[in-house]
Design a protein. Structure first.
Length: 428
């Protein structure tokens, strides 16, 4: 059995969790993480290299005899890293082609794709500066709140949900005027959907084969009770009690299968992870958005619940042959709670020393915004650490994560105390 040299691209909590899982594989020879963070070196070797520097990546692939590139974040995928490297002999790339990455890189493309393939989603229209007045008229036909989305990548900040029509019209004008740079040169306006959200992840091989990964729910708002501004994610839970067999059967038949068939019908190569951001509207799953990689902080709970060898699964997907590869899931519950810097998601200080991690014994801690400063571990981002635990219930797993958090110290540390509490009452 050949062992693989793997290059994982990215530097966040998602990549830390992927590195943790990859490092457990008997198929692994050597893992490199570029650029990695203050915690990923526990699983492999950090490499000071940008995931967008394809030239440097090409040299590194040759120098280290890399067998597989695992792309953590969306930017390299949208920039075409699959197309750059997929034709190199002996090199596998986990991720879609540039054409497939448009599912995340362009909201307008994604919405039209859903309409073309009869995939349930909110009613929408797209507008540019030239059609601003038409956009305002369309807003007037909708009920509040109003959803405005920048067409392109905007680092998770390109979605506005506004209660007032006049304010929504002003925001549309500002977005089309360059609020998010080129990303909002086109703006998608869609009707607001009310319900509970969840994240479904699929690993597909581009030839019709796919596996559905553990379902998760993340918590975006900074404040308890889902209050305050949106963040990159304050925590996550898996499984999701309302995503039962009946709900997931609808997801598979109405969303997953048409998505995979729709990509194939367009001749789009897609060998990697598809993220389905779903909303449960009175028992009916509807797609809010596609992402073309694993989510964060959902990856931090999904990896805890995958009992199979992830490397073997990714290798099969990237080779175009998932075949009968099994994806075994733990029946246990996983939670992750994100420790964040004071001031996040606004401006926040960096360089605060982190202590107490050696006292955490029952929860894997995935680093997100950390770096080494000599012998010290310090904060380098808004979301700093994802404290993750497995338990027999949401309450059991939460207790472990919150007990672990009591040991971790850095100046200004903050976290939500109510992650998963809304789902506890739904548990059987």
């Amino acid at each position: 059995m050949d062992k693989l040299n793997i290059l994982l691209l990215g530097s966040g909590g998602r990549e830390s969790a992927l590195a943790w899982k990859i490092a457990q594989s008997p198929r692994l020879n050597k893992l490199y993480i570029a650029p990695g963070n203050g915690g990923t070196e526990a699983y492999g070797e950090n490499v000071a290299m940008s995931p967008l520097d394809f030239e440097a990546i090409g040299r590194f692939v040759d120098e280290k005899s890399i067998d597989m590139i695992v792309v953590g974040n969306e930017d390299p995928l949208v920039a075409g890293i699959y197309d750059e490297f997929a034709n190199r002999p002996g090199l596998l790339v986990v991720g879609p082609s540039k054409a497939g990455a448009a599912l995340e890189g362009s909201k307008d493309f994604a919405k039209q794709f859903m309409v073309d393939n009869n995939i349930p989603t909110a009613r929408y229209r797209s507008f540019t500066a030239e059609t601003l007045e038409d956009g305002k008229k369309f807003l007037a036909t909708l009920k509040a709140p109003y959803v405005l989305k920048a067409d392109g990548l905007a680092a998770g900040k390109g979605v506005l949900i506004i209660d007032n029509l006049d304010e929504a019209c002003r925001s549309l004008e500002e977005m089309l005027g360059g609020m998010f740079g080129k990303s909002s040169a086109t703006v998608v306006i869609e009707e607001f959907l009310s319900g509970i959200e969840c994240s479904v992840f699929v690993l597909t091989d581009g030839n019709g084969g796919y596996r559905i990964l553990p379902v998760a729910k993340d918590y975006k708002r900074i404040g308890e009770g889902d209050t305050g501004p949106n963040t990159g994610g304050m925590g996550a839970v898996s499984p999701v009690p309302f995503a039962d067999d009946k709900f997931m059967e609808k997801v598979e038949e109405q969303i997953i299968k048409p998505t995979i068939k729709g990509l194939a019908d367009r001749g789009i190569i897609y060998r990697g992870f598809i993220f389905l951001g779903l909303i449960n509207v009175e028992g009916q799953p509807m797609v809010i958005e596609y992402n073309v990689r694993m989510g964060d902080p959902e990856t931090e709970v999904v990896m805890l619940r995958i009992d199979s060898d992830l490397v073997e699964l990714m290798e099969a997907a990237a080779s175009g042959n998932l075949g009968d590869k099994e994806l075994a899931q733990s029946p246990k519950t996983a939670v992750t709670v994100m420790a964040v810097s004071q001031g996040y998601p606004g401006s926040y200080p960096k360089g605060k020393e982190i202590t107490g991690l050696e006292k955490v014994t029952e929860s894997p801690v995935f680093h997100a915004g950390t770096k080494k400063d000599g012998d010290r571990l310090v904060t380098s981002g808004g979301r700093v650490l994802a404290v993750s635990s497995l338990g027999d219930s949401i309450a059991d797993a939460l207790l472990k994560s919150y007990n672990s958090l009591k040991n971790i110290k850095f100046d200004g540390i903050g976290y939500r105390n109510d992650i998963g509490r809304d789902l506890e009452k739904l548990e059987k």
